[in-house]
Design a protein. Structure first.
Length: 548
């Protein structure tokens, strides 16, 4: 910026010295390159034949996974535009729980196609306008394309869970695990006009040791705690459960308050009163009819001894989240005052038992009548296997829940993307302005999913895309790519199905991120010299940024 002064130009600095600034096409090219680099990183993990990534952190801890959001969260990405791609994966994961790789790969392809349009001197605003129109059309096409599914369609729900786990390390046990996921969902679902599933009510505990086939669904809650006293029973049938949010011990004095005792008699009276208070607590519990006490706070040694003599099983310092789930599973009420505990506050369970799982002892609260919260205990040979099974099961559970939320599913294998692409090409012909080119670019970009599926399976992507388009032109709308046989077949008949919500959310989050990145034409970054800490991923020129 300059000012005319005595016939010459004198620069006026409005930014600190050393500030790096990238403008116009340089800024856009930079951002698109960074976003494409992120998409390229996770592209090879897409689909049943996708490869895994090994991520090693600064402490040397290893994560082996092909889960898109896990990979991107573990990578130390610094470029601002690249971080926005990570946000796409996080948004997809929070909204649906799966489809993170699809969303990121699609966003990267959208920006690649947008870059080609920018080189033809098409204004970014025209491109984003076309993308917005294409997004709305794509969502509309998918809504009409979906097939209905309900909570009673157990076979289809298991197919959804199976598809979610295909390509992950847990795939070899996918039939068994998908059955567990669907059973867990059916236990906690609230059935009304539609099925509402809160996946937070499905607790996941993991212990390495054993094999994946030892993974089990517990009709109740598993607590990672031991029975507090060795004299207590280790198992109780037809248990009546009391949930206490109060300490079973004498309260300590608050602040600077002190008790002054100046004789042995007063000392004895003090101890007798403390003893009486503790016995009164135990009497209240026994009088209510409780045979199991699960306490969120501490339990005094004396109370433990007295409860053991009464044959009551007790555990202390149970997490609040576990207490809430126990209440849902057993029907018990969480009580804050021991004096007000009554039989109406108690919950029931067919069996409460302490068992050894691996090297730890845990309490199983199981065989609940109509549990609205359940537990899946994951087992596996090593810690890495258990972690990957947990990620696979999380995807399966969230996919089934997402399918029930909208009550619709779509065929997988790239079938839905090809159908959307066909509709968008026809839609683009109804425009005469430059938006037409952007809509066509969107149609080309969405075909990246079947193309990458073919590439990752070692198939010829051009041949397979041509074959897919040909079948869809004949009206075979559910035909997709079977990456195992290399043939284009009916995905609904093959049982390769996905929740509609995953596709809708992937298109929304990817398009919005692409639009936001395209609208940036000026990047101003403070240098490290100016004391503001410039992001090290920001290059001064138009070069490719450092990703890690």
């Amino acid at each position: 910026m300059a000012n005319m002064n005595q016939g010459g130009y004198q620069p006026i600095l409005i930014l600190p010295e050393g500030t790096l600034r990238s403008k116009g096409k340089d800024a856009q090219a930079n951002n698109i390159a960074a976003a494409k680099a992120v998409a390229e990183t996770v592209k090879t993990t897409l689909g049943p034949k996708g490869m895994d990534k090994m991520l090693v952190d600064s402490l040397g801890d290893i994560t082996i996974t092909n889960d898109g959001v896990t990979i991107l969260e573990e990578m130390q990405i610094e470029h601002p535009a690249a971080k926005m791609m990570v946000e796409v994966a996080k948004a997809q994961n929070e909204a649906v729980g799966d489809g993170t790789t699809t969303a990121v790969v699609f966003a990267g392809e959208l920006l690649k196609r947008a870059g080609e349009l920018l080189e033809q001197d098409i204004h970014p605003i025209m491109i984003t306008k076309g993308f917005k129109l294409a997004k709305l059309k794509a969502l509309d096409v998918l809504e009409k394309y979906g097939t209905d599914v309900g909570i009673s369609d157990e076979k289809q729900l298991q197919q959804i869970a199976n598809t979610a786990m295909t390509g992950k390390s847990a795939e070899r046990a996918s039939d068994y695990l998908s059955d567990l996921a669907v059973r867990a969902i059916k236990r906690v679902a609230t059935v009304g006009d539609g099925s509402i599933v809160d996946t937070d009510n499905i607790k996941v505990e993991k212990k390495h040791g054993g094999s994946i086939s030892d993974t089990m669904l517990i009709d109740g809650i598993l607590i990672d705690k031991e029975v507090v006293h060795s004299g207590m029973p280790k198992a109780i049938k037809n248990a009546k459960i009391s949930l206490l949010d109060a300490a079973l011990e004498v309260k300590e004095l608050e602040g600077d308050a002190k008790i002054s005792i100046d004789s042995p008699e007063k000392m004895q009276a003090f101890l007798n009163e403390e003893d009486r208070m503790l016995r009164k607590m135990v009497d209240s519990i026994v009088k209510s009819g409780a045979t199991v006490v699960l306490c969120q706070k501490g339990i005094d040694d004396m109370v433990q001894h007295l409860l053991a003599k009464k044959g009551v099983l007790a555990a202390r310092r149970v997490k609040k989240s576990d207490m809430d789930k126990l209440a849902m599973a057993t029907g018990a009420k969480v009580v804050s005052s021991i004096e007000e505990l009554s039989s109406s506050d108690l919950g029931t369970a067919g069996n409460v038992e302490e068992r050894k799982v691996g090297t730890d002892r845990m309490i199983f609260v199981e065989k609940c009548r109509q549990p609205k919260a359940v537990t899946i205990l994951i087992r596996g040979g090593t810690e890495h296997v258990v972690d990957e099974v947990e990620r696979a099961l999380e995807d399966a559970v969230k996919d089934v829940a997402a399918a029930l939320e909208l009550g619709k599913l779509v065929p997988g294998g790239g079938a839905s993307e090809i159908e959307v692409s066909r509709a968008l090409r026809k839609y683009a012909d109804s425009f005469s302005g430059r938006e037409q080119l952007a809509i066509q670019a969107f149609a080309d970009a969405i075909e990246v999913i079947p193309r990458v599926l073919a590439e990752n399976a070692g198939l010829d992507p051009i041949d397979k895309l041509a074959l897919l388009r040909s079948e869809h032109d004949k009206g075979k709308k559910s035909y997709g790519l079977n990456v195992f046989s290399g043939r284009v077949v009916d995905m609904l008949r093959e049982g390769v199905v996905e929740p509609l919500k995953i596709k809708l959310q992937a298109i929304k989050s990817a398009t919005e991120a692409a639009e936001m990145i395209l609208r940036i034409d000026d990047i101003i970054a403070a240098s490290s010299d100016s004391g503001r800490g410039m992001p090290s991923g920001m290059p001064p020129g138009g070069g490719m940024p450092e990703m890690m």
